[in-house]
Write a protein that binds this ligand. Structure first.
Ligand SMILES: NC(=O)c1ccc[n+]([C@@H]2O[C@H](COP(=O)([O-])OP(=O)(O)OC[C@H]3O[C@@H](n4cnc5c(N)ncnc54)[C@H](OP(=O)(O)O)[C@@H]3O)[C@@H](O)[C@H]2O)c1
Length: 305
């Protein structure tokens, strides 16, 4: 993992210490940085229980719905924003509330987690960072607006466009074990994905670059866009369990929820050429094969499985 960006002098704030944010915070703390993370609910035990006290991570309560930013620690050098824009409000309360407080900080780098949904549907064609942004879904349109606001903020922002995030606790193992996994076939449809530790690795790699060499927008996607039936098949192989029967997308689409249906609306292949060839980042998990196997090992080791 790149150590250059986040060093013992770094003071890191993660706005949204959820799945990816927590993993990033833990990696930064392991490199010696001081790390604060926000979450909406108060920590169990009010932050005073033994586990919280022993952790190098410090938690700040923050819910943008409450209408104001938290009091930020002084001297922040690195910030990661993982919060999604509020689709309903048509704006981004996190941006509105935090922009001015962040302008008061000696920031060297701000990473914003965006989505590859901003490219819209390309019928399976490849997209790069220079491809047109033509989001079809409402949530992807508000994401693009939010990304553009951060990029135009005057802060040292890089936006990281992510496909489906997976990793320990976010693989199809539980659904397969419980018999709730669905094997759906839609001809020609592929999905892109990224292991959470490659998000963390790419963030640290990008932040370590000299500011003048940091692209504003970077796709963070692995080398293996493929149908979800392929990834489900591999997950079943790792577990040694049977796959459910194949269902044709056309036959079941009418019974899908609008949210479930929306995941099938876009079809594209996301290039990581900029990250991996031009910027020299080496993926830890180039495909779901290594990534699923490592995730299963970690789930088993941590008692999740
Ligand atoms: N999941 C995917 O496959 C995927 C794919 C592409 C892009 N993305 C985007 O990438 C980002 C990171 O994904 P993730 O799966 O790591 O996200 P996640 O686990 O859902 O974490 C999101 C974080 O944002 C915080 N948050 C949400 N709404 C907030 C609000 N109104 N005020 C303050 N904090 C708020 C959450 O707080 P709590 O901890 O209190 O819940 C959580 O810490 C997200 O923006 C997501 O939309 C996700």
């Amino acid at each position: 993992m790149t150590a250059g960006a986040v060093n013992p002098l770094a003071r890191v704030l993660v706005i949204g210490g959820g799945y990816s944010g927590l993993r990033f915070g833990q990696a930064a703390a392991a490199l010696g940085a001081q790390v604060w993370l926000t979450r909406r609910s108060a920590p169990e035990g009010g932050g005073n229980n033994a586990a919280e006290a022993a952790s190098p991570l410090q938690w700040l309560p923050y819910d943008s719905a409450a209408g104001q930013a938290p009091a930020l620690p002084n001297g922040l050098t690195h910030v990661l924003v993982t919060t999604p824009p509020g689709a309903a409000s048509g704006g981004d309360a996190v941006f509105q509330q935090l922009l001015e407080p962040l302008r008061q900080q000696p920031l060297q780098w701000l990473g914003y987690l965006s989505t590859t949904g901003v490219y819209g549907d390309t019928g399976g064609a490849w997209v790069s960072e220079t491809s047109p942004t033509e989001p079809g879904l409402t949530r992807s349109r508000s994401r693009l607006e939010s990304e553009q606001r951060w990029l135009a903020s005057g802060l040292p922002v890089q936006s990281f466009r992510l496909p489906a995030i997976y990793g320990p606790g976010r693989c199809p193992f539980t659904q397969l074990r419980q018999g709730t996994a669905r094997l759906v076939h839609k001809p020609g449809q592929v999905f892109c994905r990224i292991h959470v530790d490659d998000i963390v690795g790419a963030l640290l790699h990008a932040a370590a670059l000299p500011a003048s060499q940091r692209p504003a927008v970077i796709n963070v996607s692995d080398d293996a866009p493929c149908p979800s039936s392929e990834t489900l098949g591999y997950a079943a192989h790792l577990l040694g369990c049977k796959l459910p029967p194949v269902q044709r997308f056309d036959a079941i689409a009418g019974a899908m929820s609008p949210m479930a249906l929306s995941f099938w609306a876009d079809n594209r292949r996301v290039s990581n050429h900029l990250l991996c060839q031009q910027l020299g980042y080496r993926l830890r998990y180039p495909s779901y094969r290594e990534g699923f196997a490592a995730s299963l090992r970690e789930e088993q080791a941590s008692g999740l499985a």
